[in-house]
Design a protein around this ligand. Sequence first.
Ligand code: SIN
Ligand code: FE2
Length: 218
Amino acid sequence: MSRMTLALFDDPPREAREPLGPGAFVLPGFALPFVDALLPAIDALTARAPFRHLVTPGGFTMSVALTNCGALGWTSDRRGYRYSATDPDSGLPWPPMPGTFARLAREAAAVAGFDGFVPDACLVNRYAPGARLSLHQDKDEHDYGAPIVSVSLGMPAVFLFGGLARTDKAVRVPLAHGDVVVWGGEDRLRYHGVLPLKEEPHPLLGALRINLTFRKAA
Ligand code: SIN
Ligand code: FE2
């Protein structure tokens, strides 16, 4: 393999996108230039709003730990799923969304064809080995006109991207540190999930995967 080819693998072009559907794309490595700013900001916000394992309305404790930043944060308890302006654990507003987070989300959305994306919610998911997310739709947002922007950091994962019905076959999409997935338009309500994580420690994050999902919730 030539040095040129290796260089291309090291540094995917910023406009590169792999389609998963007419309005859904993987942007390989798109978040890599942001990582140095993202990691300390995640530490700062989780000091204020710690990760927690939420309980679903059905009474199951999620294996993925969650917190939020931005004007609205997603929460769940026995009464249901909802967005809230305050952290139910502290009663305080969620930490504000750092400017770099919003910029990354806006730029990634634009590469996928969604200009002018201004998220008001960022879910921060933490996966330890074995943690998984079962197939679901992101449908607690009021505005399905805005896409979902999902940023993967740390350990690799296999993302499942299904159809508009739960029983539709899902494709398996390997996601690495720095990859971004955007889905919107006619793909906005596609079912998706994450297979149980294998223990494949990452040099920066150890045996963890952090996922940021940006949404326009209000
Ligand atoms: C989500 O569906 O909200 C998160 C997906 C992921 O962790 O990649
Ligand atoms: Fe989701």
